[in-house]
Design a protein around this ligand. Structure first.
Ligand code: BG6
Length: 497
């Protein structure tokens, strides 16, 4: 990341949900690492808001504990002291109007102390049912706008639970903030390899000139996790894989893989091209849903030698739950570039391995020359590895040196194992830095969110109407048999390279 440290980045960041999991696991380690990398503005402070009574001193000690657990860099006391001096805690309940009055005064004092020029980032790291309430509080108490300074609103997922609720939430937000001041987080967009998709495509003649239905047989996007739902059962039960991973992360990745080259690298140009892809996803009719959408829910199984319980036995999950923990979809993007090339997407919890990858399978060559007489062709594959391996893998054919005419596939792999996020900046570091710089490229615009709900709603509705025989895959496997059949029917397979 470039160091853009200048006055216009000065701000106070107010975190609603300052004692929550997200703040401790992601936001504070990200802030620490930004201090470490000298990327935070000189004039900066953080105010965390929570319901529990505690002093700023106590809060700082808690943050120190979390940093030691979750930061990618070991904690160096010199940098920690710097962050510590910027952290404050304010206690109030979001429903308490007095709290906003208190907050306003508090921020004013910190503005003077840190010379932050009245700029604000309001970060909503709270449960979604509080989003509208907090925004109303911010608005009612004159915190949303200040003459001569900027205010930005950062909102975590889930952005609604369907198109109707997302629209209602958005209407509330735009009553108070301009679209350009709203930063809808999709933390996948902060990941290095996701940002790398555009670079790989638009900086390499060998890829971009082949990037279409003419040369690409199919595209596979897989976000697989070994984790189960853990302590998040209450949330997950009402979400499922479609809302949790597909409507946001997978659709965003898909749009970057399939978009047309934007006219420049400005935020709106990129978002406009991404939007067109989401809008071009072919609608799902009843027949297409039956054939092309596979849902799954994990049963018990073994992961890394440990017995794990089924989804229905997890904390806060009803014993007869019909929520999907896995989904695989075959979809078509109906435009000139992609018509006829299927995109297969899949995501699941309690899978046999944790890996997020995009596989581009190129078309086969004609069965002449080296490939006649029943020779099996191993296709060219380009794999963009997002995590835990990070990098690019490319598979191509060469002559086997030890024989006369055998063709073997050679694997070129630039990726390296990255158990957490290793040395690449954690997604949240990049995102927080961009929020301060006012760069919204890695955040979703409302019309992208709207279009992805239109796509997801139809599939979620179908799940609600049908009875599925859950659980239908064992924990520790790669999902239900039907997900393999989905590709086998087309003469294809999921690549786990
Ligand atoms: C979150 C989902 O958005 O992404 C989680 O709510 C999921 O269920 C997580 O585990 C995956 O993110 P990452 O960065 O760990 O791949």
């Amino acid at each position: 990341m470039r160091n853009d440290s200048n006055k216009s980045l000065s701000a106070i960041m107010v975190i609603f949900g300052g004692t929550g999991d997200l703040t401790h696991r992601k936001l504070m380690p990200a802030l620490y690492n930004l201090v470490y990398d000298k990327l935070l503005p000189e004039n900066f402070a953080v105010v965390s808001i929570g319901r529990k009574a505690k002093t700023s001193e106590q809060y700082r000690d808690e943050v120190f504990g979390s940093l030691n657990k979750y930061s990618r860099n070991k904690i160096d006391l010199e940098y920690w002291e710097r962050l510590r001096d910027l952290l404050y805690y304010v206690q109030f309940d979001f429903t308490d109007q007095e709290g906003y009055v208190k907050l306003k005064d508090y921020l004013k004092k910190l503005d003077e102390k840190y010379d932050t020029g009245g700029n604000r980032v309001f970060y909503l790291a709270v449960a979604p049912e509080y989003f509208e309430l907090v925004v109303q509080g911010i608005s009612d108490h004159g915190l949303a706008h200040q003459e001569g300074s900027w205010t930005r609103l950062v909102i975590e997922k889930p952005f609604g639970k369907d198109l109707i609720t997302a629209k209602k939430l958005n209407d509330k937000l735009i009553e108070v903030f301009d679209e350009s001041s709203i930063y809808r987080i999709d933390h996948y967009l902060g990941k290095e390899m996701i940002q790398n998709i555009m670079v790989l495509r638009f900086c390499n003649t060998v890829f971009e000139s082949l990037w279409s239905n003419k040369y690409i047989d199919n595209v596979q996007i897989s976000l697989n996790e070994k984790h189960g739902v853990g302590t998040r059962g209450g949330y997950y039960e009402n979400s499922g894989a479609m809302r949790d991973m597909v409507q946001n992360h997978i659709v965003q990745i898909l749009s970057l893989v399939a978009m047309e080259p934007p006219i420049n690298l400005k935020t709106e140009s990129i978002r406009t091209e991404k939007l067109k892809v989401i809008q071009a996803i072919e609608g799902f009719t009843g027949d297409r849903l039956r054939k092309n959408v596979i849902f799954g829910q994990y049963g018990k199984g073994v992961i890394d030698g440990q017995h794990v319980v089924s989804y229905r036995e997890e904390e806060n999950i009803p014993v007869n739950s019909t929520t999907e923990t896995f989904v695989a979809i075959k979809l078509q993007i109906n435009n000139f570039r992609w018509a006829g090339t299927p995109f297969y997407i899949r995501t699941g919890k309690r899978m046999g391995k944790t890996s997020s990858e995009i596989v581009i399978q190129f078309k086969e060559l004609p069965e002449v020359l080296y490939f006649k007489e029943g020779h099996v062709q191993i296709p060219n594959l380009l794999v963009i590895r997002i995590q835990p391996n990070v990098g690019v893998f490319f598979q191509f054919n060469t002559k086997d040196f030890s024989t006369h005419n055998d063709i073997v596939s050679t694997k070129m792999d630039t990726s390296y194992y990255n158990p957490t996020v290793g040395n690449t900046p954690e997604a949240y570091e990049r995102l927080l830095y961009d929020i301060l710089r006012g760069d919204a490229t890695l955040f979703s615009r409302w019309d992208e969110v709207e279009a992805s709900w239109i796509f997801a709603d139809r599939i979620i509705e179908y799940r609600g109407q049908k009875k599925f025989d859950f659980p239908n895959y064992d924990a520790g496997t790669m999902g239900p048999v039907k997900a393999f059949e989905l590709l086998a029917m087309d003469g294809r397979k999921w690549w786990d390279v």
